[in-house]
Write a protein that binds this ligand. Sequence first.
Ligand code: BTN
Length: 282
Amino acid sequence: MSTELLTETAVLPHLTTRWLGRAYYHLHTVDSTNDLLKQMVSAGHAHFPPAGTLVLAEFQRQGRGRLGRQWQAPPGTSLLFSLLLRPNWPPRRAGWLTMAASLAAMRAITAVCPVPAAIKWPNDVMVQHEGEWRKAGGLLLEGEFDADGRYAVAIMGIGLNVNIPAHQLPEAATPPTSLLLASGQPVSRLALLLALLAELETLLDAAEAGRSPQAEWQANLMMLGQPVQVSWPENGRTLTGIAAATDEWGQLLVTDSGGHTHVIAAADVTLRQPVDFSPESE
Ligand code: BTN
């Protein structure tokens, strides 16, 4: 299996984007790429580091996931990186960023690797592994708002399990896999990174022009129309109902047995009963 490092010299000559990833920093080991990029932003000023800056690490000592979880991957096996965006958007549009990122990851996986991919609300990247959907990646979006309440700085952390062998898969709340295990063959991290950045730049440019990624993102969501359990690990609350739809900000609308619709901004969502996701089933 190729363990080519994703250094500046390996990546930059092949990058097809205009602005995303053009300021590129490669590290062998870091605590968390999100934390490092945040430190770079606090040590910088309004225009430095520039929008599109990318920090990628071969290994994270303290990788972080959503809902206070850890994100672990053995050295050189995965894509672990953070992007700096300066959207200057109203705060509600933050959901567009994570929709764009999960969609870009899904499109990139489909382009470089022969496995069906989908999105589990809100932003888990799922692939088919031996007939079931398993998590191959996730996003951690962290932001800062300016004095006018606009979304000034967004740190978009992306983790994709690319070539992790079965015995090194991390423990995770959602059953994990890697693209290697799902497809049965090693996947080029470079090709995946380049495809993801190209897709994401297209989606972000469209969002900047006012075009939401929501329609395509929702069309690729698992679980819509199905019975789900929503849980909030921080306070132990749960809710059951049907995952009916999403709104334009990416919130999940869950209808309970009494016909009441709950708007979910952040939580864990699981299917309440096993469902056959094979392409033939409705
Ligand atoms: C999740 O699904 O819980 C989100 C996982 C996000 C992991 C990435 S890896 C690169 C970046 N740095 C971090 O510490 N976390 C994100």
